[in-house]
Write a protein that binds this ligand. Structure first.
Ligand SMILES: N[C@@H](CCC(=O)N[C@@H](CS)C(=O)NCC(=O)O)C(=O)O
Length: 252
């Protein structure tokens, strides 16, 4: 086998697609340098390294060649180190489709639902850095920060309520993928790593846990991503906004 190329991963620590990329690197047993960027200036730095418009993390430099975004990174790693496979035959096609779904349909909920919940419990923002709840002064800072995040991620109360309404169907889809053996097996697929990372972030929001716990969604999340700091206490979302488990009609 050819010598390992030099690998440099650019991340922001709490980012779930970055967790996906790192889990894939670990799974492949590849050594890599991890560069933690500073939120804010990271946009400019990412564009400089990965090209115009590529402002988000993660990015991976493979012998200096830029690979931007969690899915292209996993594809590239698969070519670089085919074993163990993240897109195993004969289910490679289904894995790619599930991975695409995880990126395009689920991933944003890992941003909008925690930031959405933090609006109602801003003191809990400190827990995402591994500390306890913020004091009053810290909470003042968090209120401004959460407001900016709502703006950045285009969160509104209406959108939040719609996201919550749509969540049970998404968790059902995760069950289906597990039932089909596309995720949740002994060896992780690219879809496990893409979908599991988002679900792991959602588990930090106590209001959402009843929808996820005891199901393949929770198993996949905790198996591949055992550690992730953050806890938004139960009762953050307004009463009636979180659909109840087993009730398929939403609250709209
Ligand atoms: N779908 C892309 C999304 C990447 C993405 O949006 N990353 C977020 C972190 S979770 C980010 O860089 N946010 C900061 C920003 O938008 O500037 C992927 O999976 O790589």
């Amino acid at each position: 086998m050819a010598a390992n190329p030099s690998l440099t991963l650019h991340v922001l620590p709490p980012s779930h697609p970055c967790m996906t990329a790192e889990a894939a690197l670990r799974r492949k047993g590849l050594e890599y340098a991890r560069v933690v960027l500073t939120a804010g200036p990271h946009n400019e730095e990412m564009e400089r390294l990965y090209g115009t418009g590529n402002t988000t993390v993660p990015g991976l430099l493979v012998d200096g060649e830029p690979v931007h975004g969690s899915r292209p990174i996993l594809e590239r790693l698969e070519r670089l180190a085919p074993d163990p496979p993240l897109y195993p035959e004969p289910i490679a096609h289904a894995v790619r489709e599930a991975e695409r779904w995880g990126d395009c349909e689920l991933q944003d909920l890992g941003r909008r639902l925690p930031w959405g919940a933090l609006h109602f419990r801003p003191e809990a923002m400190g827990t995402f850095g591994g500390a306890g709840a913020l004091d009053a002064e810290g909470t003042d800072f968090a209120i401004g920060y959460v407001r900016a995040s709502w703006k950045y991620h285009r969160i509104s109360a209406k959108r939040l309520a719609e996201d919550l309404d749509g969540l049970p169907a998404k968790i059902d889809h995760v069950d289906t993928l597990a039932g089909d053996g596309v995720i949740g097996e002994e060896a992780p697929t690219a879809a496990d790593l893409q979908i599991g990372a988002t679900l792991r972030v959602l588990l930090t929001v106590a209001d959402l846990r009843p929808l996820i716990e005891g199901r393949p969604a929770e198993r996949v999340a905790r198996r591949w991503f055992p550690d992730y700091a953050g806890e938004v206490p139960v009762g953050a979302f307004p009463a009636g906004w979180v659909p109840q488990r087993g009730v398929t009609v939403g609250n709209a």
